[in-house]
Write a protein that binds this ligand. Structure first.
Ligand SMILES: Nc1ncnc2c1ncn2[C@@H]1O[C@H](COP(=O)(O)OP(=O)(O)OP(=O)(O)O)[C@@H](O)[C@H]1O
Length: 648
């Protein structure tokens, strides 16, 4: 097993204990004979609440294991300084534990499904919220990151910087609850894992040929040392598309029939109702909405598109008005435009395994790949399968083949999403799909470009890139993100692990499993990502859009400076607390960085997504003018490969 593989697996093992996917494994469900009419179903939508109090000094009411872990990871002083962030961390943690409980196996990423299953939520009592309100008033500020605290950018920050944790607290909840899955489990403690590679590291501060020596020492790490890579990812579907101003330069929402007046809700209620109360929740309102839903949101990353439909109907209605005003004499036109169209309510449902299989069969090539590809060696082991390098028989072409056992996949819909996105969206900075096969209904082969240089993680962990090289990598990633965002696709899992390198220095994004399609101006609240790279709005379960990728890109830039994302050495609970508490992470080596680079980071790591840069802005940023040719990466990639090869 290569070092890459083993390190990823190690980290996965660690993280897997903490976070795991939220997709219900429907495999068993599918196999079961249908229950008779006399059967009484198991309880569902269960909510298990534990009352949580906070007296201004400490939390109470948590189950003992939770209290232990809270006290171990977050000091009383920290709890006191920002109880909101504690709530965010607990909520996230509770959800992750629930998902671990449900799935009972480890996977690469954590996925929280937040809508259609057991409720997992943390709310504080009215008494507690009142206390926190007073605290905020007496401090004269929110305990969440403030705009000024979270970005040194001179650009105006509009709103939302008071962190969503404030949202939890500002509602008038009268019940304090920390809700779990069906049964409370003892909380696994992160086991100590050796610090990231103690082996010699390659490093270059000057941009010259890389030399082997360790990265700069940082303050002594705390005792619990999670390893980098494949930490948790989360998905929580919660009817999450909302109405926001359209994004300039993005695609125009598809035309849909005007919404009947009696069904029309105010723009405010559109946001808050998330479509659940609207009588016309419909994922299939228009053909384009349907195609979006079918092509992408069938994966577990899909969120309910009903709100989106509402938004479109409302905005279309407004368009209609303008058209009507402009053609006031044309009564027929007005009548036609105002004709209410009733749209049938249809609930978004997850695909069954057999539906996923059916769709998959429609995508894969017929026949068998066995004689076409000669497997050379295993190059990686992911949560969903094993990656091999292979030769195309009779040619000198080399490809990567990912083989997955379909039936036992925990995230079948996400797999389907990944293949669909890879197949449909091709770009020089994306790992491109070549073809796929389903051998004997279970052995799924996905053939793709082979990126011989491995992933960026190995390079950032073992070497220190200079600013010109970092700018080059960021520029390539931004080109891919710009392409995805222009197609209304949000990647949602940007991190160095998902950036692959070619031996000629090419840089490509991979791992489309968490991609989602968001219509321009719409938002989602499916909690997806890898916590260390996760934007505050996702962590706080707020509505979000494509800007989450920009935050993660900023964190990835910090990885390239420091070799790891912020808080990696903290326990997961503390890390989540710190992200919620601090917003923009501290940039450790500020004095070593150019003003352009600092400004680039500032523009990515803005807590308020509306004030955060988009790909167009960043692609034009002066920092990218410093980008060196991609060939400058070659010695680094080679040195890392050699080092990894030596250790095999
Ligand atoms: N196209 C490729 N070219 C070269 N190496 C690859 C390619 N795809 C994957 N790899 C290597 O294989 C490893 C595992 O890839 P995989 O996509 O299975 O990882 P994962 O994202 O951890 O897993 P999963 O997607 O199953 O959750 C990667 O870290 C990478 O080093």
């Amino acid at each position: 097993m290569s070092t890459t593989k083993s390190s990823k697996v190690r980290i996965r093992n660690f993280i897997g204990r903490i976070f795991s996917p939220g997709d219900r494994d429907r495999g068993d469900e599918e196999m079961k004979p249908s229950s008779s009419a006399m059967d009484i179903s198991q309880p569902y939508n269960t909510v298990h609440r534990v009352h949580v109090g906070y007296d201004g000094q400490k939390f109470s009411g948590l189950p003992a294991p939770w209290m232990d872990i809270l006290l171990r990871d977050i000091s009383l002083a920290d709890q006191k300084s920002n109880p909101n962030a504690v709530v965010t961390a607990l909520k996230f943690y509770a959800q992750s534990m629930k998902e671990t409980e449900k799935t009972k196996f480890m996977t690469t990423n954590s996925v929280f499904t937040n809508s259609d299953d057991d409720e997992v939520d943390v709310q504080l009592t009215g008494e507690v919220t009142e206390h926190l309100r007073k605290l905020r008033c007496s401090n004269g500020t929110s305990s969440s990151p403030s705009p000024s605290a979270t970005s040194s950018s001179a650009r105006p920050l509009t709103n939302g910087n008071n962190s969503s944790s404030t949202n939890h607290l500002s509602n008038s909840s009268t019940e304090a609850s920390l809700s779990f899955g069906s049964e409370l489990r003892s909380i696994p403690s992160p086991s100590p894992v050796p610090n990231s590679e103690s082996a010699p590291q390659l490093k270059n501060l000057t941009g010259d040929a890389p030399k082997l020596h360790p990265r700069s020492p940082y303050p002594p790490p705390p005792p619990v040392l999670p390893q980098r890579t494949k930490p948790p990812v989360v998905i929580a579907t919660n009817n999450g598309i909302t109405n926001t101003p359209p994004v300039p330069g993005k695609r125009v929402p598809p035309k849909v029939p005007p919404k009947p007046q009696h069904l029309k809700i105010s723009s405010n209620s559109t946001l808050s109702s998330s479509g659940s109360s609207s009588p016309i929740n419909n994922t299939n309102t228009t053909s384009s909405v349907r195609s979006v839903g079918n092509s992408l949101s069938n994966g577990s990353c899909a969120s309910n598109t009903s709100s989106e439909a509402d938004v479109q109907l409302i905005s279309n209605k407004e368009n209609t008005k303008i058209v009507g005003d402009a053609n006031a004499n044309d009564v027929d036109q007005l009548l036609v435009e105002d004709e209410p169209v009733r749209v049938r309510q249809q609930q978004k449902q997850k695909l069954t395994d057999s539906e996923v299989l059916e769709q998959l069969r429609g995508i894969v090539n017929p026949g068998s790949p066995i004689s076409k590809y000669e497997m050379k060696k295993q190059i990686g082991l992911g949560a969903s399968g094993t990656v091999y390098v292979a030769n195309v028989a009779g040619t000198s072409n080399v490809v990567a083949v990912k083989r997955m056992a379909f039936k036992t996949q925990p995230k079948k819909e996400m797999l389907l999403t990944e293949i669909k996105v890879m197949k449909k969206y091709r770009h020089p900075n994306l790992v491109n799909y070549i073809e796929s096969y389903l051998v004997e209904a279970d052995d799924l082969w996905v053939v793709m470009d082979y990126l011989e240089g491995g992933n960026l993680t190995d390079v950032v962990v073992k070497t220190e890139l200079d600013e010109g090289q970092i700018a080059a990598v960021l520029q390539e990633c931004l080109k891919a993100l710009d392409f995805l965002h222009r197609h209304s696709i949000v990647h949602r899992d940007i991190k160095s692990d998902n950036v692959l390198l070619g031996m000629n220095g090419e840089v490509k994004l991979t791992d489309m499993g968490f991609c989602a399609q968001i219509q321009p101006g719409a938002k989602r609240n499916t909690v997806v990502g890898t916590p260390y790279w996760m934007s505050p709005e996702i962590l706080n379960k707020k509505q979000y859009n494509y800007k989450v990728d920009i935050w993660s890109l900023g964190i990835m830039a910090l990885e390239m400076i420091d070799g790891e994302p912020p808080y990696l050495r903290e326990t997961p609970l503390k890390a989540i607390y710190l992200i919620a508490q601090n917003g923009k992470p501290e940039i450790k080596r500020k004095n070593d960085l150019s003003p352009d680079f600092l400004d680039f980071l500032d523009r990515c790591l803005v807590v308020d997504p509306d004030a955060r840069a988009d790909t167009s802005e960043l692609l034009a940023h002066p920092f990218l003018k410093r980008a060196k040719p991609l060939s400058s990466l070659i010695p680094y990639i080679k040195a890392v490969k050699e080092q990894l090869g030596e250790r095999k």
